[in-house]
Write a protein that binds this ligand. Structure first.
Ligand code: ATP
Length: 220
């Protein structure tokens, strides 16, 4: 489901960064925080920013929160406030409710009360950075399942001028290059004659093992 209007509750480091980015992407964002300073800081950036306690149902009603497609609860430390706000947003009929969890247990509670998506920013960023530290050419990745991943890998110097026919990743490692992002534009479903260059980014799909093997054999 695509959302157009967002309400972000809790304008701490995570909430304010998320809200700013949504504005950059062209969406409308209502920010809510009980802390005056946090709201003031964001009041010029967001569509609306309001000082309010999000655990107060009447306040949420009067802000018209039910008309928003997506609500993000970015309250961390105060688990009780995070849970109460989640229940209120769900009850008020916000279509998609996303909440940040500090711990696994906090996340499990949020799931039990019907949150649509739990995010663990600190845990997930830790995992992501660990992957990038052990494979420096890894720019980003999406886990499609426990086994399959799509990885964005920077093309190293040693592959400059090498064609996909020469590299032959499918036959050698079992993984496929599904796109090459070049400074001039992206090539989707590249062909055997397409050639890699040092500044390119290759998008590789395969099992985690296949991608690891590919990286170890051709990149390092
Ligand atoms: P971050 O890491 O994103 O900075 P955090 O995980 O440390 O944040 P908190 O500082 O606990 O989380 O909360 C984030 C923001 O949520 C704070 O600015 C805080 O004022 C706000 N907040 C907490 N409880 C409520 C509430 N009941 N209503 C509105 N805002 C709240």
């Amino acid at each position: 489901m695509k959302s157009n209007q967002f309400v972000v509750i809790g304008l701490g480091r995570f909430g304010s960064s998320l809200a700013r980015e949504l504005i950059q992407l062209g969406y409308e964002v209502l920010g809510v925080d009980k802390d005056e300073e946090s709201v003031q800081e964001m009041s010029q950036v967001l569509t609306h920013a309001v000082i309010a306690d999000a655990t107060d149902e009447e306040v949420l009603r009067s802000l018209g929160v039910r008309n928003f497609d997506c609500g993000v609860i970015a309250i961390g430390d105060d688990i009780q406030a995070s849970i109460l706000t989640t229940i209120l947003l769900k009850d008020l009929g916000v279509k998609q409710v996303v909440a940040k969890a500090m711990t696994e247990l906090h996340g499990r509670v949020l799931e039990k009360i019907g949150v649509d998506r739990v995010i663990y920013p600190e845990r997930d960023m830790g995992i992501r950075v660990a992957h990038q530290l052990v494979s420096p050419n890894l720019l980003d990745y999406i886990e499609l399942s426990k086994e399959y991943t799509i990885a964005e890998l920077a093309v190293p110097k040693c592959l400059n001028g090498v064609s996909l026919r020469e590299l032959n990743p499918r036959a050698r490692f079992g993984c496929s290059i599904v796109a090459i992002n070049k400074p001039k534009g992206i090539i989707i479903a590249p062909e055997a004659n397409d050639v890699l260059a040092e500044k390119d980014v290759m998008v590789v799909i395969g099992t985690n093992q296949q991608i690891e093997h590919f990286e170890e054999s051709v990149i390092r």
